[in-house]
Design a binder for this molecule. Structure first.
Ligand code: DOR
Ligand code: ZN
Length: 436
């Protein structure tokens, strides 16, 4: 029987080293003396085997800004980061508010073959917040859209949000909200606080996020629907999500690696590589987010991978586009912020980076247990590696990482999608038309 034999891995970082035999896209055997002779061997000594990561929040920029990222290059970045599934946000050009665009994203992702690229559909036509997009048609397409978001923009009109939640319920899909009350953030470029005041940057108050989180929790309650909060960034959002969950409201939330690690002290240099939306907050917010992720109040990690061209970042802070690369650095930052301080163990990493995100969108073949008979969507991590981020060496077309020259622990060495190696030792391996 030919296949792939992963030798000597620590499953969830627990117990002793075992061998895992993968064939026909599945985990076939797990044990210490499998007697497999005809298989490609992956030496995984000292490495940790996890379910492939699932990113609910990725910007791949295709169609429209292929100068900054494509489905192919973004998929390569994802595979190298240990991901087997990503959700591509709808703020492309044209906007993914029609089945033509969402089906294209799905098909192109499958053609490239590095990760499953699930299209996110827009909630409203053109992300304008005025008229609901044809969610049903997108959900019924080959791309089978299961998550809708106007990310980049907030569905700010409470009546439109209410209708979207009601429809999402009957369609069995998820609405993911970019929580930002636009009346409170007009012209804002940085977290409203002492740092922005000193630097003369217009402030984005916490209340702009928190007021929408509170409102949407109540709207979800009344609609009997689920709502997902994108990139939670404040301690107050943590408290509100905790309260809503305690009331039995179906609310879930994600946090980005950059909001766990960085704070607004980074703005001192006025380097717009640190500009992101929602903005980097204060260190007390980052601490509350880390604790909430450990406690399960925040369900999962999502990257908000947001590639931008040099001319859109290397310019005056106020006019630069918000966003940072995230796919290739996510695991290492989670190890640095959560695993090393003892807030999460490796099983916890599997939970927040793979299992919970897969459950939130109802994927049945990602984020699965590491057991015989399960799909071989897998990631191997070297926990003892240390590496220094160099934008020029990342697979993304764009270079806007705030982590340039920073050294992080742990590295993804290998990613498998349905039993096929998609990334190994820093190289992505796509299908005929894909790869890098
Ligand atoms: O920083 C951000 N960048 N936040 C968003 O909501 C959108 C994203 C983008 O598309 O660049
Ligand atoms: Zn957003």
């Amino acid at each position: 029987m030919s296949g792939l034999l992963i030798k000597g891995a620590l499953i969830y970082g627990e117990g002793g080293p075992v061998d895992v035999f993968v064939a026909d896209g599945e985990i076939r055997q797990i044990g210490t003396d499998l007697g497999i002779v005809d298989a490609e061997i992956i030496d995984a000594k000292g490495q940790i085997l996890l379910p492939g990561f699932v990113d609910l929040h990725t910007h791949l920029r295709e169609p429209g800004r292929e100068d900054t990222e494509t489905i192919e290059t973004g998929s390569a970045a994802a595979a190298l980061g240990g991901y087997t599934a990503v959700f591509a946000m709808a703020n492309t050009n044209p906007v993914a508010d029609s089945v033509v665009v969402t089906d294209h994203v799905w098909r192109r992702g499958q053609e490239v073959g590095l990760v499953d690229v699930f299209p996110v559909g827009a909630v409203t036509v053109g992300l304008e917040g005025k008229q609901l997009a044809e969610m049903g048609t997108m959900a019924a397409g080959v791309g089978a859209v299961r998550m809708f978001s106007d990310d980049g923009h907030c569905v700010y009109d409470p009546l439109i949000m209410r209708r979207a939640l009601e429809y999402s319920n009957s369609l069995g899909v998820l609405i993911a909200q970019h929580a930002e009350e636009p009346r409170l953030t007009k012209g804002a470029v940085a977290h409203e606080g002492p740092t922005a005041a000193r630097l003369g940057l217009a402030g984005w108050p916490r209340a702009a996020e928190e007021s929408i989180v509170a409102r949407d929790a109540l709207l979800a309650r009344d609609a009997g629907a689920r709502v997902h909060i994108c990139h939670a960034s404040t301690a107050g959002t943590v408290e509100l999500v905790k309260w809503a969950k305690s009331q039995g409201i179906s609310i879930t939330a994600e946090v980005t690696p950059h909001h766990l690690l960085l704070d607004d002290s980074r703005l001192e240099t006025y380097d717009a590589v640190n500009k992101v939306n929602p903005p980097l907050r204060e260190s007390s917010d980052a601490a509350a987010l880390r604790q909430a992720l450990a406690d399960g109040v925040i369900d999962c990690v999502a990257t908000d991978h947001a590639p931008h061209a040099e001319q859109d970042k290397c310019c005056e802070f106020a006019v630069a586009r918000p966003g940072m690369l995230g796919l290739e650095t996510a695991l290492s930052i989670i190890v640095q912020t959560m695993v090393r301080p003892g807030l999460l163990d490796w099983r916890g990493v599997a939970r927040v980076m793979s299992e919970r995100p897969a459950q939130i969108v109802g994927l049945d073949d990602h984020g699965r247990p590491l057991e015989v008979g399960e799909p071989a969507n897998l990631t191997l991590v070297d926990p003892d590696a240390a590496w220094t981020v160099r934008a020029a060496e990342l697979a993304s077309i764009s270079n806007n990482t705030p982590f340039e020259a920073m050294t992080f622990p742990a590295k993804v060495t290998t990613t498998l999608l349905r039993g096929r190696v998609t990334a190994r030792d820093g190289k992505a391996v796509g299908l005929g038309t894909g790869g890098s």
